[in-house]
Write a protein that binds this ligand. Structure first.
Ligand code: KIV
Length: 285
């Protein structure tokens, strides 16, 4: 049985009360989860961004609950300390009943501790229902990638009407019982106001330092892609280049015969082999 040492939603709410900022990062597999856990990242997001960065789709729209369960389970197996939040993918929460079914799979089959969904006032009744059933819910406002075909990939909440709506959405999520809200591509000053007005933590991505926490996508943070460099991301490493160089060296050493060496294998006693070959058909040597 797993010891209950993971970060809890109460822990991150206390961090907000103490004014402590915290980091969240996406993780989609066992190895990434282990590394992030070792680095002390308290919150892991199994984002439906996996549709793009892991599965090669151009949006998050094709991602299914099955995809999310598969990846979330690996992240849960790879971590012991972080709170694992898994996205409810596109069209998996058109009503509370369907949302409960999807959340049940993510929590019971995959072992996630919380779910995230996109939207504000419109999804507040669903959030309320999930929370009443004991499912921790994280909201997601601003640029909501599942609606990319409606809203385009751009900063949200710039006009007076959009900013007013965003404030109302954030309030509705808090009142419905969400434990935190992601603010993606929201003007920094607006995100700071939302963060001050809400008692639950805000987690920004492209929303400035006024948020209580920050979330970044694994591949952006670690420089795994050359052709994807969103403005809101900071590359803390150039792992794409490191990995490519390592793979080139490996292939070159296989070609020139310098890999493998005797150190990379095990052998058997020469007498044993001779005895076998003496008894067997010599054409197989
Ligand atoms: O799916 C995802 O990775 C996300 C983050 C960008 C917040 O929702």
């Amino acid at each position: 049985m797993e010891a209950t040492i993971r970060t809890t939603i109460l822990d991150i709410q206390k961090m907000k009360q103490r004014g402590e900022r915290f980091a969240m990062v996406t993780a989609y597999d066992y190895t990434a989860a282990q590394l992030a856990d070792r680095a002390g990242i308290p919150l892991l997001l199994v984002g439906d961004s996996l549709g793009m960065v892991m599965l090669g789709h151009s949006t998050t729209v094709p991602v299914t609950v099955d995809d999310m369960v598969h990846h979330a389970a690996a992240v849960v197996r790879g971590s012991t300390k972080a709170l694992v939040v898994a996205d409810l993918p596109f069209l998996s929460y058109p009503d509370a009943g369907r949302a409960i079914d999807a959340a049940a799979r993510l929590m019971q089959q995959a072992g996630a501790q919380a779910v995230k969904l996109e939207g504000g006032v419109a999804v507040a009744p669903t959030v309320r229902r999930l929370v009443d059933l004991g499912i921790p819910v994280m909201g997601h406002l601003g640029f909501t990638p599942q609606s990319v075909h409606q809203i385009g990939l751009r900063v949200q909440g710039r006009s007076a009407a959009a900013a007013t709506q965003l404030l109302a959405d954030a309030q509705a999520l808090e009142e419905a019982g969400a434990f935190a809200v992601v603010l993606e591509l929201v003007p920094m000053s607006l995100a700071a106001v939302v963060s001050r007005r809400l008692s639950i933590p805000t987690i920004g991505i492209g929303a400035g330092a006024g948020c209580d926490g920050q979330v970044q996508v694994w591949h952006d943070l670690l420089g795994l892609y050359d052709d994807m460099q969103p403005r809101h991301a900071k590359r803390y490493a150039e792992l794409g280049k490191v990995i490519e160089a390592a793979l080139r060296s490996y292939a070159a050493e296989v070609r020139d015969g310098s890999f493998p060496t005797a150190a990379h294998g095990t052998d058997m006693k020469a007498e044993t082999l001779s005895a076998v070959l003496g008894a067997a058909d010599h054409t197989t040597t």
